[in-house]
Design a protein around this ligand. Structure first.
Ligand code: ATP
Ligand code: MG
Length: 176
């Protein structure tokens, strides 16, 4: 039987830490499901990129890392904003899986209660490989490029990501 693991994130944007953890999980399972969560969100400071842009960045980053893409399924899933039904929402949209990888205690709790095996994956250079830090550096004009894979950087350039983030950080409040 094919053993599948799942990891859920917003990937705003995917960074080098994500790629490391994907590779790590693929040593333990036959196939990996990467859920692009909060799929309905885009064009906000917390969630600047669309689900499609995030899928593109993840698949190109995996190809660059020479990961066999036939072993990875990348699926966007929107929020339901209801913890009690969230696991069935995810399973209704995902390929079947047995092991849930998450650093988030609430995610682990919800899947554990539903009978899934859960594991806490290791963190890689978390102070830098961290979405919030990357978005912050992009807005402030600081160096962020080395925190994401080259392939992600290429997509970011294509979609003019820095320009989008800087625009999103502006306000129409009257400055006094
Ligand atoms: P944000 O600050 O926007 O939440 P993030 O870096 O935490 O960004 P997520 O999309 O929340 O990115 O990450 C999804 C999952 O990927 C996390 O729950 C965690 O399990 C894993 N992850 C995130 N950063 C790292 C990292 N540096 N090393 C290993 N795994 C990571
Ligand atoms: Mg996070």
């Amino acid at each position: 039987m094919v053993k599948r693991g799942i990891i859920i994130g917003r990937f705003q944007p995917p960074h080098r830490g994500h790629v490391e953890v994907f590779k790590q999980i693929l040593r333990e399972v036959d196939e990996l499901i990467v859920v692009v969560g909060s799929a309905q969100e885009s064009h906000t400071l917390e969630n600047p990129f669309t689900a499609g842009e995030r899928v593109l960045m993840i698949s190109k980053a995996l190809a660059e890392a020479r990961v066999d893409l036939s072993r990875v399924h990348i699926i966007p899933i929107p929020d339901v904003n209801n913890n009690a039904i969230w696991v069935s929402h995810v399973t209704s949209l995902s390929p079947p899986f047995e092991i849930v990888y998450s650093g988030n205690p609430l995610v682990r709790r919800l899947f554990k209660e539903a009978g899934f095996e859960t594991k806490t994956p290791p963190m890689f250079k978390r102070k830098e490989y961290w979405g919030t830090e990357i978005r912050d550096r992009m807005i402030r004009g600081k160096r962020w490029e080395e925190l994401v894979p080259e392939a992600v950087l290429e997509v970011m350039r294509e979609i003019k990501a820095v320009e989008r983030l800087k625009d999103l950080s502006k306000t129409d409040y009257l400055l006094r």
